[in-house]
Write a protein that binds this ligand. Structure first.
Ligand SMILES: *Cc1c(COP(=O)(O)O)cnc(C)c1O
Length: 409
């Protein structure tokens, strides 16, 4: 309440302090402008038109049968059917730690440096709510995964975009430096990056880490595509760089790596102080989730190298299949180094507006895609970019690209 008795949120004051139910919008100021996510809108369009959905990034084939069976077994054996421990079941925390060690040489203490969350989504929310004060600034790559801006806003902080520009979508590190102010608290990274497929290089990560140390910033890094990296690119967690352990919250998830996006098993790793802070927020969000699935994902994380090599090879092939098809249909294709998305430009098709294009695409071609413009603060920046997901069966990708070829004629 402000002095005159009206409510004030971030400078917003209801006109006369009268009947709030009519004077004041129901949705709070912080979430003003966050309508239905584009994924819900476009997936609904896919359903009503029967179009092929290359919009939302979920695989159309489930993950390994042995892991599904592990979930069934856990359910039958009564493992995780009641509230699991707050930080996650011990088997899963140990498996997360062992996986970090096996692939990245990190060895978080399963008891104090690992926290299981309801997917990476909750991890992002809990990290923002735990680590930010109102008025803090958060620098994040743009185009951005849409939950970032919403979570930063819910924490009352300010999102400062660092635009990755076509065609290379590399971060401009001088620009990054210039955006750091005394209010900057945190860098929110995402590598491999959704939607551009950019994988940060060792050189880029070295520079970003040095900057974080120099300016005493926290880093929250979303690495849910850590295993979906192609060609000569390699995923290196920024937590492995000097001075980063104590300032980095690393987020990952089973959804993308094991093709079980509905199970919502995610996690964070980091120093015990950071994990304790994020746990404080997380325990009042879901408290716990995904009980039996936690046991199954513990087994998944111990799968042999052949599994991880296999999914990477499979996705790489799909990337090339869809990329070739999109090129043939007349799109400009930006080759992704990671993730399961391809960002394209529709200008060569004589199109300008990605959002308008995506709204009519289901009717014109029977395909759904996502306009990248919604992932920018300034929609003009990504005005002509469209994202396609390739985590679909080969015949679905073939059919989709055949349909899209209509655009070329
Ligand atoms: C899919 C995705 C998430 C969400 O992960 P869940 O584990 O399903 O919550 C987070 N970040 C990025 C970049 C994603 O693409």
């Amino acid at each position: 309440m402000s002095e005159d008795g009206t409510r004030s949120i971030d400078g917003y004051t209801s006109e006369d302090g009268g009947d709030v139910s009519t004077e004041r919008p129901l949705l709070n100021r912080r979430l003003n402008g966050f309508g239905t996510t584009i994924f819900a809108e476009m997936s609904a369009l896919a359903t009503t038109t029967g179009a092929i959905n290359l919009g939302q990034g979920f695989p159309d084939t489930d993950g390994p049968e042995a892991i599904r069976e592990a979930a069934v077994r856990a359910l039958r054996e009564g493992k995780g059917n009641q509230y699991p421990p707050g930080p996650g079941v011990p088997e899963l925390r140990a498996a997360i730690s062992a996986h970090q060690e096996r692939f990245h040489g990190l060895s978080p203490d399963p008891d104090t440096e690992v926290l299981v969350t309801a997917g990476a989504t909750e991890a992002i929310a809990a990290a923002m709510l735990a680590l930010l004060e109102p008025g803090d600034e958060v620098i994040a790559f743009e185009p951005f995964y849409d939950s970032y801006t919403a979570c930063i806003a819910m924490a009352g902080a300010k999102h400062v975009p660092l635009t990755l520009r076509a065609p290379s979508f590399r971060p401009d590190l001088d620009e990054l430096r210039s955006k750091i102010t005394p209010r900057t608290r945190l860098l929110l990274l995402n590598t491999p990056h959704n939607p551009t497929g950019t994988v940060l290089t060792r050189e880029e990560l070295t520079a970003i880490a040095a900057l974080a140390v120099e300016r005493d910033l926290l880093v929250v890094t979303d690495e849910v595509y850590e295993h979906l990296v192609y060609d000569d690119s390699a995923h290196i967690p920024i937590a492995t760089f000097p001075g980063m352990h104590e300032r980095t919250v690393t987020i990952s998830s089973a959804g993308k790596t094991f093709s079980f996006t509905g199970w919502k098993v995610g996690w964070i790793t980091g120093s015990s102080a950071l994990v304790a802070a994020v746990r404080t927020a997380k325990q009042y969000l879901t408290y716990v989730s995904s009980g039996p699935f936690q046991y199954a994902i513990a087994e998944a994380l111990h799968l042999p190298e052949t599994y991880f090599d296999g999914i990477r090879a499979d996705m790489r092939r799909k990337r090339d299949l869809l990329g070739d098809g999109l090129r043939a249909a007349g799109f400009e294709v930006y080759q992704p180094q990671g993730t399961y998305f391809i960002t394209t430009d529709i200008t060569p098709l004589g199109e300008k507006d990605a959002y308008a294009f995506c709204r009519t695409l289901p009717e014109r071609c029977g395909v759904v895609a996502i306009p990248n413009s919604v992932f920018y603060d300034d929609p003009d920046a990504g005005r002509s970019q469209v994202r396609f997901a390739f985590c679909k069966q080969d015949d679905v990708l073939h059919e989709a690209t055949n349909r899209l070829r209509r655009l070329a004629s």
